[in-house]
Ligand binder design. Structure first.
Ligand code: AHR
Ligand code: AHR
Ligand code: AHR
Length: 505
């Protein structure tokens, strides 16, 4: 009935399935389909059922040492507990996202490019916080890669990626609620010299609500393809109404391309099956047919290192060959079975919505000061129970549900209702809520346990490497080391830890 080789392959497959208790990882499925992964990146789980090697490397702020996070077991979820132990009472950055395919196509801090030099002093992009995107997979804790504007990863010397017009496929899982209109939150194939070298020199998945080039239906965000000098939702860089606005918390995004044929596909990563948003010929504008793919790999940035975009990446792969829809259907089923659920964004002493709080400084020599404001300036001021009512009100904040994320909080000024603490250029301000998405996100903070062991450290939702900090008695969101004076590592843990109490007013 069956030929010997088919029988043998079937037996091996059955044994693998029995051994792993699953249908294999996404890359096992791509292999079975004849379009194997040539890059496989994830901070949350192994993407092959037999993979038990490095998932990602983190570097901690306390002593700049690194550790490598591996799966709990072969084919399993990342050992987030090992990260939590290593990063306890300090900050941690994701320094390397390892390639699980065996080709060494790791992603590291992206170098400066044609569009922008990154914010680091050497022009490199920022690294992501290791704790900005907590999730659970089948109940097991893990962390994604939260990309703030200015953050990016890249590999300019990848092996096995598609070049020229050769075929490839790719998918990534993103947070459907974390996006913006900046250029360009991408994952995929890009230029090897970090510059815009012309139409057709990229083929990457884009996610966001950028409207400079193509758009889909509604107001976004959309899955599009970044083919260089254009985000394409379909054949022309205009609106393709078959490319829907994404509404799910976790989104599976796929792009694939081969000579004069490419497709965009998408799904809710937590349930259901893929839909095809575009499948057809290449754009007719010169340069896209044939393609001139270069084969570098980018995450979180545009091909020329445009760094204005934001988004969250959990896992993604690139293949050689044009995957079949059937293969992609099996990958989507595997993703759904991984059971992605959003994780807890806050920890430490709990904030209560509707309460009035005051936040006391814990740095020795300054610990009679509270977070207060003078007009729009956020500062620290010495406040006591016998202070004037006006000062007590300046140092009191009403806790509200996070304007930009309901899993976190915003702090409304008691003496100026309708105005909230927000950051702007990383400086804390008290601004009226103008109703914009930017204001809402800038005013959203996620308190965790205080880094110095006292009270809370109040993390910026949109820039999770940054926490409320007082510096020269003025308020900032500061990272633990960085280009700004207020990012100084001296007394960082103390300067970012505040003890919450019932508000003075
Ligand atoms: O194609 C959109 C963007 O245009 C690319 O990502 C970037 O290289 C260029 O600025
Ligand atoms: O504070 C950092 C950024 O600065 C804010 O997100 C933005 O509003 C401003 O450009
Ligand atoms: O905000 C007061 C002090 O100013 C901080 O503790 C210190 O880091 C800075 O010099």
């Amino acid at each position: 009935m069956f030929s010997q080789p088919i029988l043998k392959r079937t037996c091996v497959l059955v044994l693998t399935v029995l051994a792993s208790g699953s249908l294999g990882g996404p890359c096992d499925l791509y292999s079975t389909g004849g379009t194997p992964c040539i890059a496989a990146h994830s901070t949350t789980r192994a993407l092959y059922s037999a993979y038990s090697g490095s998932l990602y490397q983190v570097k901690r702020g306390s002593d700049n040492t690194t550790t490598i996070i591996v799966p709990l077991s072969a084919g399993g979820v990342a050992n987030a507990a090992a990260q939590d132990t290593f990063c306890a009472s300090t900050t941690c950055l994701i320094t390397i996202i390892y390639d699980q395919s065996g080709r060494g196509n790791h992603l590291t801090q992206a170098p400066p490019g044609g569009a922008a030099s990154g914010p680091e002093t050497n022009g490199y992009d920022n690294l992501a916080s290791a704790t900005g995107a907590p999730v659970t997979l089948n109940g097991s804790k893990a962390y994604g890669v939260f990309i703030s504007p200015g953050t990016g990863y890249r590999n300019d010397a990848a092996s096995g990626t598609a070049t020229g017009d050769s075929a490839e496929g790719m998918y990534a899982i993103f947070d459907g609620t974390h996006y913006n209109g900046g250029c360009c939150f991408d994952y995929g194939n890009a230029e090897t010299n970090n510059k815009d070298t012309g139409n057709g020199h990229m083929e990457a998945i884009y996610f966001g609500d950028n409207t400079i080039w193509g758009t889909g239906a509604g107001s976004g965000p959309w899955i599009m393809a970044d083919l260089e000098n254009g985000l394409f939702s379909g054949q022309s860089a205009a609106a393709n109404t078959a490319d829907p606005s994404i509404t799910s918390r976790f989104v599976t995004a796929m792009v694939k391309g081969e000579p004069n044929q490419w497709a965009i596909r998408g799904a809710n990563a937590a349930s259901g099956s893929l839909s095809t948003y575009y499948s057809g010929a290449r754009p007719t504008v010169s340069g896209y047919n044939p393609m001139s793919k270069e084969g570098a790999i980018i995450l979180g940035i545009g091909g020329d290192n445009s760094i204005s975009a934001q988004g969250t990446f959990y896992e993604g792969v690139m293949t050689t060959g044009y995957p079949t829809d059937a293969t992609e259907a099996s990958v989507q089923a595997n993703i759904v079975a991984a059971k992605y659920v959003a994780g807890a964004m806050t920890a430490g002493p709990a904030f209560t919505v509707g309460s009035s709080v005051s936040l006391r400084v814990t740095t020795a020599g300054y610990d009679t000061r509270y977070i207060a404001h003078t007009g729009t300036t956020v500062n620290t001021q010495v406040v006591t129970s016998s202070s004037a009512t006006a000062l007590k009100q300046q140092a009191s904040w009403t806790v509200v549900t996070g304007l930009g994320n309901s899993a976190c909080y915003s702090f409304e000024s008691v003496d100026t209702p309708g105005s909230y603490i927000r950051h702007y250029n990383f400086v804390l301000l008290v601004n009226a809520n103008d109703g914009t998405k930017q204001m809402h996100e800038d005013a959203t903070f996620c308190p965790i346990a205080g880094l110095n062991g006292q009270g809370n450290s109040i993390r910026s939702w949109g820039y999770p490497t940054r926490y409320f900090r007082h510096y020269a008695n003025t308020g900032y969101i500061a990272s633990n080391g960085g280009v700004h004076t207020f990012d100084n590592i001296a007394s960082y843990n103390d300067d970012v830890s505040f003890v919450m109490s019932t508000g003075f007013a």
